[in-house]
Write a protein that binds this ligand. Structure first.
Ligand code: SF4
Ligand code: SF4
Length: 98
């Protein structure tokens, strides 16, 4: 699944990558692949900003503001045709996505 185009905060510094492969293992959306002993991003728009890759990269090669994308809200917005609303600001929404 792809999310909104060009909005993910995912950043990757190939110079810091040691090729350990953890990001490939933990990413639920296959955003990373290994190529020539380094990670490579296949499609940034598949990133739902869960933060797993950044948390598991011991070499600081990946950063992402997990939760900023409010993936659940984006999905709901796509399904309903409305704007993404996450309710994470304590505004009384019963849905909590971040
Ligand atoms: S987890 Fe970090 S060091 Fe390991 S392959 Fe991914 S980007 Fe490279
Ligand atoms: S933040 Fe989550 S979905 Fe995005 S690249 Fe990292 S592991 Fe994959």
């Amino acid at each position: 699944m792809r999310y909104l185009a060009n909005v993910t905060t995912l950043e990757y510094d190939v110079e810091k990558c040691t090729g350990c492969g953890r990001c490939v293992e933990v990413c639920p959306h296959g955003v990373f692949v290994m190529e020539e002993k380094r990670a490579r991003i296949t499609d940034r728009d598949r990133c739902m900003e869960c933060g797993a890759c950044s948390l598991n990269c011991e070499y600081g090669a990946i950063s992402v503001d997990s939760g900023v994308g409010c993936a659940a809200a984006i999905i709901t917005g796509m399904l309903t045709g409305g704007e993404p609303v996450c309710g994470c600001d304590g505004g009384g929404s019963s849905s909590s996505c971040c």
